[in-house]
Design a protein around this ligand. Structure first.
Ligand SMILES: [Zn+2]
Ligand SMILES: [Zn+2]
Length: 206
């Protein structure tokens, strides 16, 4: 069997095809492993721990498993050209700037990826993760309900002390319940238990 490169590591915020390895041109310095970086095919992919050796130095052959579009872009760039890009710009649902990356722009994806990346080993081990935010809470609530687990909004007094507001999601009942505040990650482990990974800022403040 011929050697075939593994695809880039998974991230829910990557936009590049997940089944192949992408070339990472590194326009702004060398990206570190684990970062979400721009690919030759104009998408985003996670930088793998083991880098590719510089291609083209010892002939123009690429190892098997590399993205065809990345290779085409590489040859095009050597002729001073760029590949046509038929994508239509949309507004990032987070910051509103125009983007070719769909739901979120590249910067917001990189930010979200960075917050999610510490959870990657859990996902690899079979856990499911949800970021609980004001925007995602109803979708997360729905997902949890589908699993047959009780979940509902978690309420607290607001700063005025006069009314209560939703500040997160409560999952489970009784002693086993957990509370994921907005910005936290809710994690479902393969045994069906839930834990919470606090938002980076909240964790740093503890
Ligand atoms: Zn590619
Ligand atoms: Zn954005």
């Amino acid at each position: 069997m011929p050697d075939r490169l593994d695809p880039n590591p998974h991230s829910p915020y990557a936009t590049a095809a997940p089944d192949v390895r992408h070339l990472l041109p590194g326009f702004c310095g060398k990206p570190s492993p684990g970062q979400l970086a721009p690919t030759g095919c104009n998408r985003l992919a996670v930088v793998p721990a083991e880098g590719l050796r510089t291609v083209g130095d010892d002939g123009d052959t690429f190892p098997a498993g590399i993205c065809d579009t990345c290779i085409a872009a590489w040859y095009a760039s050597h002729r001073g050209k760029e590949l046509p890009d038929g994508r239509v710009a949309t507004d990032c649902t987070e910051c509103g700037s125009a983007t070719l990356h769909g739901e979120w722009c590249a910067l917001c994806r990189q930010e979200k990826h960075e917050a999610w990346w510490p959870l990657a080993p859990l996902v690899a081990a079979g856990c499911t993760t949800w970021e609980v935010t004001e925007r995602s809470i109803s979708r997360v609530d729905h997902d949890i309900d589908q699993l047959g687990v009780y979940a509902k909004g978690y309420w607290e007094w607001d700063d005025t002390g006069k009314k209560t507001i939703v500040v997160g999601l409560r999952v489970g009942a009784g002693e086993d319940r957990v509370v994921a505040r907005f910005g936290d990650w809710l994690i479902r482990h393969p045994d069906g238990t839930f834990t919470v990974h606090a938002a980076p800022a909240a964790a740093a403040g503890e």
